[in-house]
Design a binder for this molecule. Sequence first.
Ligand SMILES: NC(=O)C1=CN([C@@H]2O[C@H](COP(=O)(O)OP(=O)(O)OC[C@H]3O[C@@H](n4cnc5c(N)ncnc54)[C@H](OP(=O)(O)O)[C@@H]3O)[C@@H](O)[C@H]2O)[C@@H](O)CC1
Ligand SMILES: [K+]
Length: 517
Amino acid sequence: MRILTATEIRELEAREVSRGVSEEILMERAGKGMARVCLREWDRPCSVVVLVGKGNNGGDGLVLARELARFGWPVSVVLTAWPEAMSPLCAKKWKEISSLRCVSVCCPGQPIPWPGGGGLVVDALLGIGVKGEVQEPLRSLFVECNRQRSERFFSVLAVDCPSGLSEGFQPGWPVIGADLTATVGYGKEFLFREEFADYVGRIEVVPIFEEQPSGEGAEALVPSSLAYLLPPRPKLCHKGQFGRVLIIGGSLGFAGAVVMAAQAAHGVGAGLVCVATRDEVYTVVASKAPAETMVFRVENRELLTQLAARSNAIGFGPGIGLDSTAVELARFLVENTRCPMVWDADALTLLAHHPELWTGMKKRAIVTPHPGEMRRLLGRDFALEERPFVAQELATEKDCIVVLKGVRTVVASPTRPLRLNTTGNPGLAAGGSGDTLTGVLVGLLAQGLSIEDAAGLGVWLHGRAADLAVRYRKAEEGLTATEVGRMLGQAIHSLRQEGWTPYHPRTNDGFGGFNPR
Ligand SMILES: NC(=O)C1=CN([C@@H]2O[C@H](COP(=O)(O)OP(=O)(O)OC[C@H]3O[C@@H](n4cnc5c(N)ncnc54)[C@H](OP(=O)(O)O)[C@@H]3O)[C@@H](O)[C@H]2O)[C@@H](O)CC1
Ligand SMILES: [K+]
């Protein structure tokens, strides 16, 4: 799904309106879509305080408030302007909600009933209509909201964008920080900037437009563009149909890496998973790996040659080390195999030291550097805002897929537009996450996905598994790669659910049969 500028979004809105879809319908779709996000993300109703601005962003917030109240959530609406000062649509939505007895109202100037931990504040103060730095009286409200959030630990959902954030945003300007931004229609370019991640939090795109914008540009990895990539699971099947994975890695002190990768390859549905590891950790790996994994010694080159020849995809690098054996293995892979590969961790350091290895990886490899590994591969430093460009540069130069990890992981390909991920959370910033991602990617490749599709789908699934793990365990702290690996089935299920009901406004009003009315 394309990522647009605020101007492109406005143009799309104008075209939609000229085709007869009123602004009010678009607002209803936006507010209802966000209610759907809330109903999915919070397993039970919580106290909601909706901060309502006087523009159409406030109108979206009022539709969301109305829908949540209809689902029985305790909702308080906080007005920051009297109806006379509101935009016509916002005033109309206010009129609708004010007739509902189940919503409590806080008028301008009254104390705000901030919720406690577990509660939700909806920031519907300013959307893409903000101009420049936010002025009083909203400025003080921003400061107050951020302070209350840091003391009370409620969650913040930003409607369309965190209030105050815009394309021309300057460091130091006030913004309401959000945990989740439910953005309207299409992803906006400024929301995906790595340096704004602390304001934006996780991104959900709420579709409202029927038109697909044309033109080139970066895309967001979202369920509607990924669900159809999930490998089919025919009923008449056998394990050979779901691919053979070979993971090569592990050395003294780093035995767990291949175990996590193998677990993840199983987790995305690979039919057979083999691990080839060093003699020194063979026993540890064989005892720790999932019971379904076959574990072999990497030193038995004849066996390794046979395994590699039978494999549909190979993952190389987790914990393999940097010594001459590792270099020899890298050479063996680029010279003697033809299947798609994922290179991660130590394999990337080997690549940086032995650039001639790249030649054997063209058109069939996904490399998954974190920023430190990317610096080694490029031989230079780069700034946060350069991430998409350096990933593209490397992908084009080496003719392979580059997955540059980060808050908005970048997937760069020589043949497709850049893609930016929308899933994942800071719990993933821990040892082992990369190994799990390697397993996910190689598991998908083995099932026949192209390197482009496996990279996009795998990155999204890995992040979603981490998000679901946090939703169930309630904290990012202490999230382990093994827990993420265990959630991959749930992530696939959630992708099918979200991608299966693609928004089609004419037929389902955005709720996919979910709307109680
Ligand atoms: N795109 C779409 O297709 C759809 C978009 N939709 C929604 O509409 C939103 C855009 O709505 P919008 O245009 O009414 O602007 P919005 O963000 O509410 O802000 C306007 C208010 O901001 C104020 N203000 C401005 N600068 C300020 C400052 N520095 N400091 C303080 N105040 C400042 C300004 O005040 P004024 O300058 O007029 O006094 C005015 O009151 C969009 O984000 C999305 O949520 C949906 O409804 C569905 C379809
Ligand atoms: K907002």
